[in-house]
Design a protein around this ligand. Structure first.
Ligand code: NAG
Ligand code: NAG
Ligand code: NAG
Ligand code: NAG
Ligand code: NAG
Length: 271
């Protein structure tokens, strides 16, 4: 059986055409899912109800659409928010978690946007990821220096995991099986990993692209990362050669890897 692999990413240029695009990872074929004149730095997926969640930074809301689908989709606004950046879905309790960079909060709501809860206040929180098994939230900041934090699903028991980063972080992920945290450093393009307690920091690769190293997503073996106008795939193990999955004329922001049994497919998202 072949794996069905799809990738969602946000790609942008300062022009009016915008949207979420799908890239077939086998064929490289690109399909438009939505058009939206927006900056979107991350996306989340609900595997049970099959929705993609999209935080729209300047519009200040979170929209969703059904995926997979065969058509250009209609966006449904589920919640109004302020400058949302990072987003993740908790499939255990069916909750959506996100960051508001300003005034600076970690938030939660139901998949339909109801029951909006403020978990905690934070200085410029950005990327956010969930360890669903051990019930931890990890999140980063748009500060220099910045820190990576861990808190529980109620916003309590907060601690600093990674101290004194000299860069913003807009891409973060955790692999529970190997107990490791992964993040992309916005300015340096250093794709880093550490134990989920913050020790043993290692550089997987340096993109050597200064600024505009955005989001990451991953499966058991590979990390996909967006660096300026490219999506690149690299094995998580150190010392592997990266593969360029897609190069565009516009910058690419958020990326979401979608996999299911069937055939390999990929998705991307552009402004
Ligand atoms: C498609 O999936 C198969 C099975 O997992 C894998 O061997 C192959 O490398 C994938 N193709 C791409 C382009 O990722
Ligand atoms: C898309 O179209 C194909 C072929 O018509 C169909 O088999 C498939 O179920 C459709 N998928 C969705 C999500 O509607
Ligand atoms: C933070 O990092 C910078 C640059 O690496 C270094 O100069 C500074 O001493 C560090 N500060 C602390 C408190 O570790
Ligand atoms: C962090 O976790 C790793 C892996 O579980 C462990 O080997 C290490 O001792 C831990 N470090 C601290 C300071 O707890
Ligand atoms: C970035 O530069 C370093 C040092 O020159 C080099 O070892 C590394 O391969 C470069 N990375 C990429 C992705 O080209």
């Amino acid at each position: 059986m072949k794996l069905h692999q799809t990738m969602l990413c946000m790609q942008s240029l300062l022009i009016m055409i915008a949207g979420v695009y799908e890239i077939d990872l086998d064929t490289g074929e690109v399909r438009t899912l939505t058009r939206q004149n927006e900056q979107v730095f991350s996306m989340a997926y609900d595997h049970k109800k099959r929705y993609v969640y999209v935080p729209r930074y300047s519009t200040g809301d979170i929209v969703r659409f059904p995926y997979p689908n065969n058509h250009t989709v209609m966006l449904g606004t589920i919640v109004s928010t302020i400058y949302p950046v990072g987003i993740a879905f908790d499939s255990v309790n069916s909750h959506l978690y996100w960051t508001e960079i300003s005034p600076g909060r970690i938030m939660r709501c139901n998949p339909d946007g109801s029951d909006v809860t403020i978990l905690l206040n934070e200085n410029k929180p950005t990327a956010l990821t969930l360890d669903i098994q051990n019930r931890w939230i990890y999140y980063a900041q748009q500060l220099s220096p910045s820190e990576i934090f861990r808190t529980n699903f109620d916003g309590m028991d907060k601690r600093v995991i990674i101290k004194n980063l000299t860069t913003y972080v807009l891409g973060i992920g955790v692999d529970v099986d190997v107990e490791r945290l992964y993040w992309m450093e916005y300015y340096t393009g250093d794709l880093q990993s550490a134990w989920d307690n913050g020790s043993d920091v290692k550089t997987i690769i340096s993109t050597n692209v200064t600024i505009e190293n955005w989001d990451i997503d991953m499966d058991e073996d590979f990390i996909f990362y967006t660096s300026y106008n490219q999506i690149i795939k690299i094995n998580k193990f150190l010392g592997q050669i990266p593969t360029v999955v897609h190069t565009d004329t516009q910058r690419i922001y958020g990326v979401l890897l979608y996999k299911q049994d069937g055939k390999n497919t990929s998705i991307r998202n552009t402004i």
